[in-house]
Design a protein around this ligand. Structure first.
Ligand SMILES: Cc1ncc(COP(=O)(O)O)c(C=O)c1O
Length: 412
């Protein structure tokens, strides 16, 4: 099923790569393969495919891994993986998952062993935070929160046991950015006998506006539920990497945990890839306009949005990202009460968690997506009582402006 990649700009690849019509009765778009198991041409072929799947035999150059059973691989997941590999700069492999959380948990369970440590910077998505603080310790893996600016020391202190460095940039929900090249430098300086895998949750900017692999990351990770899917009609996850062996290792864990993306969802994802650039570019333009307008409103204490960053955050944005994206976090003067009034007054923007869809959404992270975070993590992460998070969609921006300004008026 493997599709041979061609050298196009990612904008073109997002439409045309990952699918070869000659493999599917010359259909111009991919069919769905809702199939659980695949026939082998011989018993020897079955044995060979299993050896390949279990990593007991190396794949010959250009050899397909061979379809076995849909929990190990399926054509739709593979086609989406090929499409994502083609659009992610410096990627040579990808893996699709049943959710962003299963991408995170499967990858970390594959890379970190009992007795080892994961270093991460706050804030991270609430589900990730829960996994780090409540579930990994039960498996004897310690997740250590590193304060901004503390990476050099943390990497030195935990050099022997660090299995993975994990960051979200921009982080959910405050859009705090982290300099990936500087972080790579800290890890390499502290640990010289091996490369510590750096995982970057790139959900907020997607492969369109930020290329973590180019800046020293080993794995770029996505909640594909968000911008990759883009229509709030599926739940999925993905990783990409430059090193195919790293992805192969994670795929082995995925096969045993059963966390692969099923065919229909993978098909929807591949369909969405064709409009990824259009959607994200339009959403980012909308958000840039709205962030400026919202900042000027008297109910607003602060706006977290990349084009409004100053100092080091602005430097990182300019160096690492090609556009600000469509997530805006607004800190309101009136704290939680004002935030709730604002959210309850919205008419066009829907009050919902999640993000990255074609429709605009807003939520109050402190009492929803980040509600399980500790007091210290909330403080360190800048998640305040008055913070609301807005995911800007593709609507006409003046309609969004009217809705947001009316809700801000109500929040005064
Ligand atoms: C930044 C980030 N990473 C990971 C996830 C988890 O993804 P999923 O909900 O697809 O499991 C989310 C979900 O909101 C997220 O915002």
């Amino acid at each position: 099923m493997t599709h041979r990649r061609r050298a196009f700009h990612p904008q073109t690849s997002s439409v045309s790569e990952g699918f070869d019509p000659s493999l599917s009765v010359m259909a111009v778009r991919p069919p769905i393969y809702p199939v659980s198991t695949y026939a082998f041409s011989s018993a020897a072929q079955a044995a060979h495919y299993f050896e390949l799947a279990l990593g007991k035999t190396e794949r010959a150059p250009g050899e397909d891994p061979g379809l076995i059973y849909a929990r190990l691989n399926n054509p739709n997941a593979e086609m989406f993986e090929d499409a994502l590999t083609a659009v992610e700069k410096d990627a040579n492999a990808a893996a699709a998952f049943s959710s962003g959380m299963s991408a995170i948990t499967t990858t970390l369970l594959s890379l970190a062993k009992p007795g080892q440590k994961i270093l991460y910077e706050r804030p991270v998505y609430g589900g990730t935070d829960h996994f780090f603080r409540h579930m990994l310790p039960e498996l004897k893996v310690e997740a250590i929160a590193v304060s901004p600016g503390g990476w050099a020391e943390a990497a030195r202190t935990h050099a022997r046991e660090v299995a993975v460095a994990y960051v979200e940039t921009p982080a959910n929900p405050t859009l705090r950015m982290l300099d990936l090249e500087a972080l790579r430098g800290c890890l390499d300086a502290a640990v010289s006998d091996r490369r510590v895998p750096l995982l970057v949750d790139n959900t907020f900017l997607g492969p369109v506006f930020q290329s973590p692999l180019k800046h020293g990351a080993d794995i770029a990770l996505y909640s594909a539920t968000k911008f990759l899917g883009g229509h709030s009609d599926l739940v999925a996850g993905a990783i990409t990497a430059s090193d195919p062996a790293l992805v192969a290792q994670v795929k082995t864990t995925r096969a045993f945990l059963g966390t692969i993306c099923e065919p229909f969802t993978a098909w929807l994802l591949q369909r969405s890839m064709a409009t990824l650039w259009l959607r994200m570019t339009k959403q980012s333009k909308n958000a840039s306009r709205l962030a400026e307008i919202v900042k000027a409103h008297p109910a607003v204490r602060d706006v977290h949005y990349p084009t409004l960053f100053v100092g080091d955050q602005a430097r990182i944005f300019q160096k690492q990202c090609t556009a600000p994206g469509s997530m805006i976090a607004i800190d309101l003067h009136g704290g939680r009460e004002a935030a709730f009034r604002f959210l309850d007054s919205l008419e066009l923007v829907r009050l919902a968690v999640s993000l990255g869809g074609v429709e605009s959404l807003a939520c109050h992270p402190l009492t929803t997506t980040a509600s399980e975070m500790s007091e210290e993590d909330l403080r360190e992460g800048g998640v305040t009582e008055g913070l609301v998070r807005i995911s800007v969609g593709v609507e006409y921006w003046r309609d969004l402006q009217k809705d947001l300004v009316a809700a801000l008026d109500a929040a005064r």
